[in-house]
Design a protein around this ligand. Structure first.
Ligand SMILES: Nc1nc2c(c(=O)[nH]1)N[C@H]1C(S)=C(S)[C@@H](COP(=O)(O)OP(=O)(O)OC[C@H]3O[C@@H](n4cnc5c(=O)[nH]c(N)nc54)[C@H](O)[C@@H]3O)O[C@H]1N2
Ligand SMILES: Nc1nc2c(c(=O)[nH]1)N[C@H]1C(S)=C(S)[C@@H](COP(=O)(O)OP(=O)(O)OC[C@H]3O[C@@H](n4cnc5c(=O)[nH]c(N)nc54)[C@H](O)[C@@H]3O)O[C@H]1N2
Ligand SMILES: [Mo]
Length: 775
C-alpha cells in the first residue's frame, strides 16, 4: 500500500506557498482522487467503495449533505468524497498494545492529523479514574460503566448527549428516545456550531428551517447567488449542478472575501473537455465582500429593488405574492428607506456600482436561488443576515416556484436528518406529544442545553457526564482552552467513534471509547443485513448500506451501542423494547413513521429505489407554518463590527484536505499551500500597512470584551488576495482564538468567522530558526 503507516508528526517546517488556483477540479483532482483512494484502501477496496458510493443501492457519501442527481453517473463522487471514504475504509486497525504504549498525557501532544492516521478503533477501551492509560474493556462492562455514572446523577440534566451529523436517522431517533426516556433534553449537536443560525432565521420567517429548493431547481434558475460558501472544497459535486445551470442559461454570482477557485472556474472531471479544456467559467460576478458585510449588502439590494418599484410602480415587486402570502412588508420597506449607503460601503468594502450590478441581475431574473453556508452562519449577526436573504427573496416571490428559493447548504451528510429525528435541545411540544403517544412515557418538557451551554455546564460542574455520538466536540468547539478544561471536569466522558481524535485524549475523570461501524461497512444484526437512511440538504430521504465487511467482528453499529446503553441504564423503566429496536431497524422506522411528520409508511416508501422527498409547505404550496400562517418580512437593524485601527477581522475556515477536525493532509491545493496549516492569509496592502512581509511569522492575539489574551503562536504570513481588513486561518487550530461567549445572537452559534485579531512578531523562535528566514 502506498501510504506510510505512521507518518511523521506534522511540524510545519516545510510550508511552501504558491499563488492560488483560478480553477477547481480537472485533471489534478482526478489524479488526487485515485492516488488517495488507492493509497489508503488498495485497488480492490477502492473499487468496491467508489462504485457503491451515492448509487441507489449503495451508501451515502459522508463528506457532505449535497444531494444526488436524479440520474446517477457511474462515478458519483468527488475528490473529497474519495478522501473521506479512504480515511474511514483504510484497513488499518489500532493495535491492542497501542493503549499500553501510549499514555493519555503523551497522546495529548499529538496533532489531530497524527491521531487520525492511527487506524480504526476496534475494541472498547476504558480509562479509570486516576489512570493515564486506556485499557481494553468488554462491551458489557463498558455499558455498565455508563449506566453506573448516569444512574448516580442527582438529576438527568447533569448529563449531556452530543451528536455529530454523520449519525443515521435510525441511530439518531433511537438516541434521542433514550435520552428523553432518561429524562433530559440535553441533546446538543454539531448543528449548534453550523447552520443553527439558518434554522432560527428561516423558522421565524417562513416556518421551515430547510432548503426550499430541490436538485432540479438549479437548472431551472435564472440567477444563483452563492454567499459564504466554498463549494469547490466543501460540496464539490455542487459544481456539476452549477455547470448544468450555467449551460441552461443561469447567471451565477459569488459573494465571498476570498476568490475561491471553485467559484471561478470548474473543470468537470466527468467530461473529457473538463480534463483537457478550459473548463466552465462559473461566476458572472464576484463580489469580494468584507467579512460580516453581507447583511449590509442584502439590505442595499432590497433597497434598490424597492427604489426600482417606486420608479416604475407595479412592475418590480410581486404584489400578489406579497399580499396573499406575506406580512410585515410596510414596516420593512419603511425601515430600509433609512438605510445609509455610506454604512453599506464601509461594511461591505464594495462599490455602489458593484451593488447596482447585482441588483440589476436580481431584477432581470424571474427565478432566483440564494445559497449559503458557514460564511453567513458563524457571525454575531448571522440570524438577521439570513432573515435579509428571506426579505430579498420575498420581494419578488422567489420562493415556492421552480428555480427559486432560499438554499442553505448543509455540511455533515445527515445533520439535517438528525434534526428531523429529534436531535435538538428544544424540540417543539408536538414532537414530544407524539413521543408520549407512541411510547407511553412523558418526555421532559424544559429545554436542554446546546453545544456552547454544554461546555459552560461542564465548566461549572453542573454537567458531570458527556456522551458523544460521533464528532470531536472539544476541538470543533470555540475557545479550545476553555472547552478542554470543561470536559476535564466531568466524571465521565464517552465517545462513540470510528477513529481517534482530540476528544478521546482530553477527557473526564473516567473515559470510554466505544468503537463503531462507519457508512462503508455492512451492518448485520443477527444474520440480517440492515440498512440505514439519511436526509440530504434538499430534504430527500434515501437508504444507505455499505459494501465492506466490518473492520473487526467486535465492532458494533451505532444503533446497537445505543440500544445496549439504554438497556443498561433504563432496564424496564420505560415501556420501550430496546433490544428489539437494536436488532431490527425496520422496527425503528415503524416508530419514526408514527412520530415524525412526512415519514408515513416509511418502510415501504424507502424501499422504492429513489427514496422520497419530505414535504415542505413553503416550497410545495406557498404554505407558511409560522404563527401568522404568512411569510414574515423582518426589520433588522444594521449593526457592523467596529474594527480598531491596526486590527484585522479573522475568519476560520477549512483547507481542501480536511473534513472538519479530520486532517487528511497538510496541503490546501487551491490556495497554494503545501505541507503546513499554520498560516495566516492577509491582503498584501494590509500586510504593508501593518509593517509585515509575506513569509514572516507572527503570533496572533484575539481581542475580546472579556479581556482574556488568547494567542495562536507562530503563524506564517501569506500575502493573499482576500478582502481588505480581513484575514483567514484554518479551523480547528484557530479555535483557540474564538471566545466561548462570542456567539451569534439568538442561535448561540460560535462567531468563528468574525474574530478581531492583532498581530505581533512571533515571540519564540520559529521551529528553531529565526522568523522570516524560511519561505
Ligand atoms: N471536504 C470537506 N467537505 C466538507 C467539510 C469539510 O471540512 N471538508 N465540512 C462539511 C461541513 S460540516 C460544513 S458546515 C460545510 C462547510 O462548507 P463551507 O461553509 O463552504 O466551509 P468553510 O471552509 O467554513 O468556508 C466558508 C466560506 O465562506 C467564506 N466567508 C467567510 N466569512 C464570510 C463572510 O462574512 N461573508 C461571506 N459572504 N463569505 C464569507 C469563506 O471565504 C469561505 O469561502 O462543508 C461540509 N463539507
Ligand atoms: N473555528 C471554527 N469552528 C468550527 C467550524 C468553523 O468553520 N470554524 N465549523 C463548525 C461546524 S460547521 C461543524 S459541523 C463542527 C463539526 O463538529 P463535529 O461534527 O463534532 O466534528 P468532526 O470533525 O466532523 O468529527 C469527526 C469525528 O467523528 C468521528 N466519526 C467519523 N465517522 C463516524 C461515524 O460514522 N460514526 C461515529 N460515531 N463517529 C464517526 C471520528 O472519530 C472523527 O474523528 O465544527 C464546528 N467548528
Ligand atoms: Mo457543519
Amino acid at each position: 500500500m502506498g501510504r506510510k503507516r505512521h507518518p511523521l508528526e506534522d511540524s510545519d517546517v516545510d510550508i511552501s506557498v504558491s499563488p492560488p488556483k483560478r480553477s477547481a477540479a480537472g485533471l489534478p483532482s482526478l489524479s488526487e482522487t485515485l492516488r488517495h483512494a488507492v493509497a489508503y484502501m488498495g485497488p480492490s477496496r477502492a473499487w468496491k467503495t467508489l462504485t457503491a458510493v451515492n448509487q441507489k443501492d449503495g451508501f451515502d457519501c459522508m463528506s457532505c449533505a449535497w444531494p444526488d442527481p436524479p440520474e446517477r453517473k457511474a462515478a458519483e463522487f468527488c475528490e473529497n468524497g474519495a478522501k473521506a471514504i479512504g480515511w474511514e475504509a483504510e484497513p488499518l486497525k489500532i493495535p491492542r498494545d497501542f493503549w499500553a504504549d501510549n499514555s493519555l498525557s503523551s497522546l495529548e501532544h499529538r496533532s489531530e492529523y497524527w491521531l487520525g492516521q492511527q487506524g480504526r478503533l476496534v475494541e472498547p477501551v476504558h480509562k479509570a479514574a486516576g489512570s493515564d492509560h486506556y485499557v481494553p474493556i468488554s462491551w458489557d462492562d463498558a455499558f455498565e460503566v455508563v449506566a453506573g455514572e448516569l444512574n448516580k446523577l442527582d438529576n438527568p440534566d447533569q448529563a449531556t448527549f452530543y451528536t455529530s451529523g454523520r449519525t443515521s436517522n435510525e441511530a439518531a431517533f433511537l438516541y434521542q428516545l433514550f435520552v428523553r426516556a432518561f429524562g433530559t433534553n440535553n441533546l446538543p449537536d454539531c448543528s449548534n456550531m453550523c447552520h443553527e443560525s439558518t434554522g432560527v432565521a428561516m423558522g421565524e420567517t417562513i416556518g421551515v428551517g430547510k432548503s426550499a429548493v430541490t436538485y432540479t431547481d438549479f437548472a431551472a434558475a435564472d440567477l444563483i447567488i452563492i454567499m459564504g460558501q466554498n463549494p469547490g472544497t466543501c460540496h464539490p459535486r455542487m459544481l456539476t449542478a452549477l455547470e448544468e445551470a450555467k449551460q441552461a442559461g443561469a447567471e451565477i454570482v459569488a459573494v465571498n472575501p476570498l476568490p475561491e477557485a471553485g467559484l471561478i472556474n470548474f473543470r468537470n472531471p466527468q467530461r473529457p473537455s473538463g480534463l483537457i479544456g478550459k473548463g466552465t467559467d462559473l461566476a458572472d460576478q464576484f463580489l469580494q465582500i468584507r467579512i460580516a458585510g453581507d447583511m449590509a449588502l442584502l439590505q442595499a439590494l432590497s433597497k434598490r429593488v424597492l427604489d426600482a418599484e417606486r420608479a416604475s410602480p407595479g412592475t418590480v415587486l410581486d404584489r400578489t405574492f406579497i399580499e396573499e402570502h406575506c406580512q410585515g412588508f410596510v414596516g420593512f420597506a419603511a425601515h430600509l428607506a433609512t438605510l445609509n449607503e455610506h454604512d453599506v460601503l464601509a461594511a461591505t468594502g464594495l462599490t455602489s456600482a458593484e451593488i447596482d450590478e447585482l441588483a440589476g441581475r436580481y431584477l432581470r431574473a424571474e427565478k432566483v436561488i440564494i445559497a449559503w453556508a458557514m460564511g453567513l452562519t458563524q457571525h454575531k449577526k448571522a440570524v438577521p443576515t439570513i432573515k435579509e436573504i428571506i426579505n430579498l427573496l420575498l420581494l419578488r416571490g422567489n420562493i415556492g416556484k421552480p428555480g427559486a428559493g432560499p438554499c442553505p447548504i448543509r455540511g455533515h451528510s445527515n445533520v439535517q436528518g438528525d434534526r428531523t429525528m429529534g436531535i435538538w435541545e428544544k424540540m417543539p411540544p408536538r414532537f414530544l406529544d407524539a413521543l408520549r403517544r407512541e411510547f407511553g412515557f412523558d418526555p421532559p418538557r424544559h429545554a436542554g442545553v446546546d453545544a456552547v451551554d454544554s461546555i459552560r455546564g461542564m465548566r461549572e460542574e453542573r454537567i458531570k457526564v458527556l456522551v458523544a455520538l460521533g464528532g470531536n466536540l472539544v476541538h470543533a468547539m470555540s475557545d479550545t482552552g476553555v472547552a478542554e478544561a470543561a470536559v476535564r471536569r466531568t466524571r465521565l466522558s464517552v465517545q462513540v467513534s470510528t477513529k481517534l481524535n482530540r476528544s478521546h485524549v482530553v477527557v473526564g475523570e473516567q473515559a470510554l471509547i466505544l468503537p463503531t461501524l462507519g457508512r462503508t461497512e455492512i451492518d448485520r444484526q443477527g444474520s440480517v443485513e440492515q440498512f440505514v437512511t439519511v436526509e440530504d440538504t434538499v430534504c430527500a430521504v434515501h437508504r444507505s448500506s455499505g459494501p465492506l465487511e466490518p473492520i473487526a467482528p467486535e465492532v458494533l453499529s451505532e444503533v446497537a451501542i445505543i440500544s445496549n446503553i439504554a438497556q443498561a441504564v433504563l432496564g424496564i423503566k420505560v415501556p420501550v423494547d430496546w433490544a428489539g429496536l437494536g436488532s431490527d431497524y425496520d422496527a425503528i422506522r415503524d416508530h419514526i413513521s408514527h412520530v415524525v411528520p412526512g415519514f408515513e409508511d416509511f418502510n415501504n416508501r424507502i424501499r422504492e429505489k429513489d427514496g422520497f422527498v419530505l414535504p415542505h409547505g413553503p416550497r410545495d404550496s406557498r404554505t407558511f407554518p409560522t404563527a401568522t400562517g404568512k411569510a414574515g418580512f423582518s426589520v433588522n437593524d444594521l449593526e457592523t463590527i467596529a474594527i480598531p485601527r491596526g486590527r484585522l477581522l479573522l475568519q476560520t475556515l477549512r483547507s481542501h484536505d480536511q473534513f472538519n477536525t479530520t486532517i487528511y493532509s497538510l496541503n490546501d491545493r487551491y490556495r497554494g499551500i503545501k505541507k503546513g496549516r499554520m498560516v495566516l492569509f492577509v491582503n498584501p496592502q494590509d500586510l504593508a500597512e501593518l509593517g509585515y512581509a509575506d513569509g514572516e511569522y507572527v503570533d496572533v492575539h484575539s481581542e475580546a470584551d472579556d479581556g482574556v489574551d488568547r494567542v495562536l503562536p507562530q503563524l506564517r504570513l501569506v500575502s493573499y488576495p482576500t478582502a481588505r481588513g480581513c484575514a483567514a486561518a484554518y479551523y480547528p487550530e484557530a479555535n483557540v482564538l474564538v471566545p466561548l461567549d462570542s456567539t451569534a445572537d439568538e442561535s448561540n452559534t460560535p462567531a468563528s468567522k468574525s474574530v478581531i485579531i492583532r498581530l505581533e512578531p512571533a515571540a519564540a523562535p520559529v521551529y528553531g530558526t529565526a522568523a522570516g528566514q524560511r519561505n
